[in-house]
Design a protein around this ligand. Structure first.
Ligand SMILES: NC(=O)c1ccc[n+]([C@@H]2O[C@H](COP(=O)([O-])OP(=O)(O)OC[C@H]3O[C@@H](n4cnc5c(N)ncnc54)[C@H](O)[C@@H]3O)[C@@H](O)[C@H]2O)c1
Length: 474
């Protein structure tokens, strides 16, 4: 019999650990309970301890100390930054924890393989947070393809359109801006998409090539006279899409996103917050539900300071922290556009485009089969699937709530947690939770980066054989 709620050791109480998984756990107390936390930042550790009633004896300043105590809980959720995944995950598996590990598994391919081998050797669950698999949208696309409704699949074109301000936030100013300190963007951002393609099409790539680079976020593209920091009197303040006070103080991108919501009241409030925020704030004093919008202090503002509801802290973060820097004067080196071309073992051709210059945050997919074409959009503003039959002109459109209405990653964050609980129950859906299948997207990402940086076409069987030789991959 399942023994819910399962006890959890949370490693890393930052954005993913505390704001995403921690929040989900608090609202599902019958399923999971955080009973121990490892986090070096005092305020984050103390907040997590308070939120989850964790006693002092189970609060640790790092995974090293927490995992030196042996097994303190049923499972560990590891949400440290990319380059700090391997060691805590290996140690947790060795201690006997089932593990939910944030993506990417690791920032070196050999470490990804080592992790899969360790999970298999210890007979423990290692689930990677490939949240897209758990969204209603990609589940439906998967089942439509598997059902044969499109006929034989011939070719696929998939795009990850990262909005320009999100690109600037995470990959120009933020934690994932430098390959050396995190991972290549094709791994950090797009291992989800490569995973989805591998999963939906049920085939590995046979050959792969890639082009792309960092084109825009460079000093030579700075507006004339732009200072190092937005707050230092930038002459482009009124027009620059990356002007930090507009993003983090006014939260312009969030309200623009809300103004496309399907719910009429949310849509109107989003519009009003852009034009007359004072009026909405006044209205919120008599209509309390509006405060969820007017008092929003979540991502991305919560990333720049641990006190996002304190205007002075937000301002100080922009004055002196990394997120107040001019996007043309940062120390970033990851790409802002990349295309991967693949021929799969089953003969399907695939093109995947990732870029950070979109007006809206969305993924789009087109799958052409011998019987029908699927067009899909999975976005903040709109989510739908269309199936166009080749014979008879039949057409079906499935409208879904957009990603803002579905919540974190279009419902993927909560779907992931629900599946993690089921996996702890012992109900393993190998297509959803198996670390070895997550490894495939990582192999593709590392091969794509090699192809891009060397200008070569990667023969995947050879690439795979090399990895096997060096890591005893079996
Ligand atoms: N699944 C997804 O879609 C998704 C989305 C965003 C981020 N991520 C991944 O999630 C991971 C975490 O990202 P984040 O945005 O939450 O980062 P974050 O910086 O907000 O959180 C990381 C936390 O780890 C803590 N930490 C550092 N050293 C530690 C140690 N020795 N022991 C325990 N904790 C330690 C940090 O203090 C910080 O609080 C990253 O790998 C990121 O790529 C995944």
């Amino acid at each position: 019999m399942p023994k819910r709620p399962y006890e959890i050791l949370l490693i890393g109480a930052g954005n993913r650990g505390a704001e995403v998984y921690g929040k989900w756990i608090r609202s599902h107390p019958d399923q999971l309970k955080i009973t121990a936390v490892a986090e070096p930042v005092d305020l984050r550790r103390e907040t997590a301890a308070k939120d989850h009633a964790i006693p002092p004896s189970r609060q640790f300043t790092g995974w090293e100390e927490a995992l030196s105590k042996g097994r303190l809980a049923d499972a560990a959720i590891i949400c440290t930054l990319d380059q700090q995944h391997t060691l805590p995950a290996l140690k947790a598996l060795e201690c006997g924890y089932d593990v939910l590990l944030e993506k990417p598994m690791a920032s070196r391919l050999s470490d990804c393989v080592t992790l899969v081998q360790a999970a298999e050797r210890h007979g423990k669950l290692l689930q990677i947070a490939h949240v897209l698999r758990y969204t209603d949208f990609f589940q439906r696309v998967y089942h439509i393809v598997q059902s044969g409704a499109l006929g034989q699949i011939i070719t696929v074109s998939h795009r990850e359109n990262v909005s320009a301000w999100h690109m600037a936030h995470s990959y120009v100013r933020g934690n994932w801006r430098r390959t050396e300190d995190s991972s290549p963007m094709i791994l950090a951002k797009s291992c989800h998409d490569l995973d989805i393609l591998y999963w939906i099409l049920s085939s590995r790539p046979k050959s792969l090539s890639s082009v792309g680079g960092l084109k825009h976020f460079r000093p030579e593209n700075a507006p004339s006279g732009a200072p190092q920091r937005c707050l230092d009197g930038c002459p482009a303040a009124a027009t620059c899409p990356f002007y930090a006070p507009a993003v983090y103080i006014d939260l312009e991108p969030i309200y623009i996103g809300l103004s496309h919501a399907q719910n009429r009241i949310i849509r109107l409030t989003g519009h009003m917050m852009q034009r007359s925020p004072g009026v909405v704030r006044a209205a919120a004093t008599i209509i309390p539900p509006l405060r969820q919008i007017t008092d929003y202090t979540g991502w991305p503002r919560s990333i720049i300071t641990d006190q996002p509801s304190d205007p002075a802290s937000v301002y100080e973060a922009l004055r002196s922290g990394p997120y107040g820097r001019c996007v043309y004067h940062c120390d970033n080196d990851v790409v802002d556009h990349q295309i991967v071309l693949m021929e799969l073992e089953n003969g399907v051709s695939v093109s995947f485009t990732m870029h950070g210059h979109s007006f809206e945050e969305c993924r789009t997919i087109r799958i052409d089969g011998s019987q029908a074409t699927l067009l899909g959009k999975f976005g903040w503003n709109q989510t739908f699937i269309e199936i166009h039959k080749h014979r008879g002109g039949k057409y079906q459109r499935i409208e879904m709530p957009n990603n803002i209405e579905q919540g974190g990653h279009g419902g993927g964050d909560s779907g992931l947690m629900e599946h993690f609980v089921k996996a702890l129950d012992g109900v393993h859906d190998a297509t959803l939770t198996d670390a070895r299948s997550s490894l495939e997207s990582h192999l593709m990402a590392f091969a794509a980066e090699q192809a891009r940086t060397t200008g070569s076409v990667i023969d995947m069987p050879t690439f795979r054989a090399e990895v096997e030789k060096t890591t005893l991959f079996s």
